[in-house]
Write a protein that binds this ligand. Structure first.
Ligand code: NAD
Length: 481
């Protein structure tokens, strides 16, 4: 059992004088670690240390390409220790080990990508008139806060921290209560890297006691928050009091739109993977299947067959579907399934599963729900489990209306062989990413990711995200002899 201290001002904070919170392995319910129950004072200490570190000559003199090299070194370190990091992520989140491995590789890619970008963040020269040189300079913001959810902790920390450090900021990570392991591993690496203390810090504890004070701290220059819509709203309100920008990555209710001319096997695989990845505990999960009415019966019966072959079990055994994070999440999903039984029809699944030897874990069969009204809350709200709801459409406009018919707009999948239909539908989607004849494009570190509507504000991933962590200064020089 590991005791995970916080990293504040280069020191490990956490001893017998602190309160500790347990961390469990979702696969079997066993306690695997403890984190410090931090508080507002810890946040204050971290923010002052970050400010000092940010202003220090030691950090200001680090050249952009050197910041880049540092991040690439971290990427290499993660790859060299990929087995260990995958085991931590698998134990922390419960996800199948192959998915944890993919997350570890994605984390390495983020540090590598933004490491490579660090010395390519450039301003413009803007023509004004003869005798004036006008340039823009992109400067770091200062101290940036990164509030992390439990479902993809390593990937989500890596994508925003890498971009923020590449652009010269000092970062404070607040990891989720349930999944601190890889944040701590990154903290350990930063300590060993010899960077000025305070450039990377890690605080832990409850959202209300640590996340809240961090988001509302007057000396934070930017908040990147990934999590639920309600918490996102409160983070945004807190930041608004300080006139501080936020990047919000919130939830989704993403559709997979399957036309009758879709390449069937690819569409089936895409639809299955989109909902079972990380047991459906994925913001971009394809949780709504919209299928052309004439094709529904055939597609659904083949989908049901695919669902029946999925394996369920502990993350370390690399089944198709791992456990649900904890009892609270499990109860929430099961209550939505119960509700579905009374207002719709369970096509397959719908029950909890007990795994011999892993009785302490919470497992749920992959579930398909049919015959729901699209306006009901089950069809509109995130369930955050391996639960797919099915709806039909009669024509392209009908499909577009259904696809856009929720408060979310994170991702949409379109499955058709008709290039005109594919592009037309993509152009009409109110969502941050559209995938045609695939779902996810292998993760895509380079592809901007973020939401329309209540799925969020701003974009992460890709070059565009570097702008989140910089501000523009315009300098006009008048010259002449
Ligand atoms: P959550 O909102 O409960 O918690 C997210 C983080 O915020 C945690 O670290 C938590 O401690 C902290 N927090 C809680 N209350 C806070 C407060 N008042 N102020 C500041 N911080 C606070 O979300 P969760 O349950 O951890 O994650 C699930 C949700 O996240 C889902 O809705 C999912 O769709 C979304 N999500 C979105 C993305 C994305 O990139 N769009 C990725 C992963 C998860």
């Amino acid at each position: 059992m590991k005791r995970i201290p916080m990293l504040i001002n280069g020191e490990w904070v956490g001893d017998d004088r602190h309160e500790w919170m347990p961390v469990f392995n979702p696969s079997n319910g066993k306690k695997i670690a403890e984190i410090v129950k931090g508080n507002e004072r810890h946040v204050d200490d971290a923010v002052s240390a970050a400010q000092r570190a940010f202003e220090s000559d030691e950090w200001q003199k680090v050249k952009p390409f050197e910041r880049g090299q540092l991040l690439v070194n971290l990427a290499n370190y993660i790859r060299e220790n990929a087995d260990q990091w995958s085991e931590w992520e698998c134990a922390d989140v419960g996800k199948p080990i192959s998915q944890a491995r993919a997350d570890v590789e994605a984390a390495a890619r983020y540090f590598e990508f933004y490491g490579g970008a660090a010395d390519k963040v450039m301003g413009d020269s803007i023509p004004i008139e003869d005798g004036i040189l006008n340039v823009t300079v992109l400067e770091p913001l200062g101290v940036t806060a990164h509030i992390i959810p439990w479902n993809y902790p390593l990937q989500i920390i890596s994508r925003s921290v890498a971009a923020a450090i590449a652009t010269g900021n000092a970062v404070i990570v607040k990891s989720a209560e349930d999944t601190p392991m890889t944040a701590h591993a990154i903290a350990e690496w930063f300590v060993a890297s010899g960077l000025p203390k305070g450039i990377f810090q890690h605080v832990t504890g409850l959202g209300s006691e640590v996340g809240g004070p961090l988001a509302s701290h007057p000396d934070i220059a930017h908040v990147t928050f990934t999590g639920s819509v309600n918490t996102g709203i409160s983070v945004m309100k807190a930041a608004a009091d300080n006139v501080v920008p936020v990047t919000l990555e919130l939830g989704g209710k993403s559709p997979n739109i399957v036309f009758a001319d879709a390449s069937e096997e690819k569409a089936l695989e895409g639809v299955v993977k989109a909902i079972i990845q990380n047991a459906g505990q994925t913001c971009s999960a394809g949780s709504r299947l919209l299928v052309e009415a004439s094709y529904k019966e055939e597609f659904l019966s083949k989908l049901k067959e695919k669902f029946s072959k999925l394996t369920i079990g502990p993350g370390s055994e690399d089944n198709d579907i791992g456990p649900i994070l904890n009892k609270r999440q499990y109860d929430q999903i099961m209550s939505r399934i119960e509700e579905a039984k009374s207002i719709g029809k369970i096509v397959t699944g719908g029950k909890s599963v007990t795994i011999e030897g892993s009785e302490g874990g919470f497992y749920i069969e992959p579930t398909i729900i049919d015959e729901l009204s699209h306006s009901c809350s089950l069809a509109q709200e995130e369930i955050f489990g391996p639960v797919l709801s099915v709806f039909t459409f009669n024509d392209v406009e009908d499909a577009i209306q259904l696809a856009n018919g929720t408060d979310y707009g994170l991702v949409a999948g379109v499955w058709t062989q008709n290039i005109d239909v594919a592009h037309y539908v993509a152009s009409k989607m109110k969502s941050g990413q559209v995938f045609i004849n695939n779902y996810g494009a292998a993760g895509g570190i380079q592809m901007p990711f973020g939401g329309y509507k209540k799925s969020g504000i701003g974009r992460e991933k890709g070059f565009i995200a570097l702008r989140n962590y910089t501000q523009i200064k315009n300098i006009a020089v008048k010259f002449g002899i």
